[in-house]
Design a protein around this ligand. Structure first.
Ligand code: KG4
Ligand code: ZN
Length: 335
């Protein structure tokens, strides 16, 4: 029985897992607190996690009917993410684990997104190719086993979700921008405006989205305020199509190169309807199995952290007391 905690960005999450089965998976979104700013404000995220961590964990344990004494381990996201936000999760996990001499299992957030696919009731066994696209990350992961992943390509600048959020903001939509931009795009023509698809001629598997955002700035400027408002749906549809196109074309290239037989999607952008359709069509065309986990497991959650923890090395008490969170890069060694 594992208690898992995830606080890397703007969702305070706690889950209880019994092996690969989710007993409870709670997510307290801070979206409202950040909405007025058009993006996540790190300081606000930390303060919200501080207030929410204990009640969310308590609620998860209560709903699971599990007492702290029933736990075998505590798993927690240690990075990458917002350092202040991560520290709240790591400190809370230590504070729960240490008095009970429980092992602590540090989990990499991105491996968490990969591990969402290992959860019951239909776990996807490796090997598979995983596209993770969220507000903070965009990468193609080669998943050869349960323990880790190989980064085949990643964004060189903005994440795909960030591109959605920034585009939405330019079009006067709220935060998070992805769902709002998708809704607006439903009434638009994806071919109305030409948008650049970056990295198309680059032979690698990396992504880039910052030029697209700049292109939208210029289109809006050329159109002027009134025409931008009138053509907002066409702008949104064209912008979204360029993001989806870049994601799926790199995915196809990786599929061809690696002879992968299965594909999985993760991260908040995996909720995007046109992306799901395009990836489904691609997988069908190439005769590849596609695994789409439920949306609640695509966006940040603690069940995926508990899932990754099952295949990670636990740290025994008291060795983890010096363990720290990290904002980016590799997991640091235990101090
Ligand atoms: O995985 P996630 O919940 O948190 C991060 O780790 O970032 O992803 C959030 C991101 C946001 O940028 C949001 O705009 C985007 O996922 N997103 C979407 C959709 N739903 C969420 N983007 C496009 N279309 C959607 N339907
Ligand atoms: Zn994430």
């Amino acid at each position: 029985m594992i208690l898992a905690i995830e606080t890397s960005c703007d969702d305070t999450c706690a889950a209880v897992l019994d092996g690969g089965r989710i007993v409870v998976n709670l997510i307290s979104s801070q979206a409202e607190a950040h909405a007025g700013f058009g993006g996540v404000v790190p300081e606000i995220a930390s303060r919200q996690h501080l207030e929410l961590a204990a009640p969310v964990i308590e609620a998860a344990l209560k709903e699971a009917g599990v007492a702290l004494g029933d736990l075998d381990a505590v798993a927690v996201t240690v990075g990458p993410g917002l350092i202040g936000a991560l520290l709240i999760g790591v400190s809370t996990a230590k504070a729960i684990a240490a008095p009970r001499r429980l092992p602590l299992i540090p989990v990499d957030h991105l491996q968490g997104h990969v591990a969402a696919n290992f959860l019951e009731p239909e776990p996807l066994p490796p090997p598979f190719l995983c596209l993770i696209a969220s507000g903070g990350h965009t990468l193609l992961a080669g998943v050869h086993d349960h323990e880790g992943h190989e980064v085949l390509g990643q964004t060189l600048d903005d994440a795909a979700g960030e591109a959605f959020d920034k585009g939405a903001r330019l079009l006067g939509l709220g935060y998070p921008g992805g769902p709002a931009l998708q809704r607006l795009a439903e009434d638009g023509d994806p071919e109305a405006f030409e948008m650049p698809v970056a990295m198309a001629r680059d032979p690698g598997l990396d992504f880039s989205f910052s030029g697209l955002k700049t292109a939208l700035v210029y289109r809006c400027r050329e159109l002027g305020e009134e025409a931008t408002r009138e053509r907002a749906a066409d702008l949104a549809a064209s912008y979204q199509a360029a993001i989806v196109h870049q994601l799926t074309s790199k995915l196809e290239r990786a599929l061809k190169r690696g002879n992968w037989e299965a594909v999985a999607l993760g991260g908040g952008v995996a909720a995007n309807g046109p992306l799901r359709e395009a990836v489904s069509e691609l997988c069908e065309r190439r005769g590849v199995r596609l695994k789409l986990v439920p949306l609640k497991l695509c966006t940040d959650n603690a069940a995926m952290i508990g899932s990754a923890a099952r295949y990670s090395t636990p740290i025994a008490y008291p060795d983890y007391l010096g363990f720290d969170a990290f904002a980016s890069g590799e997991t640091p060694l235990v101090a």
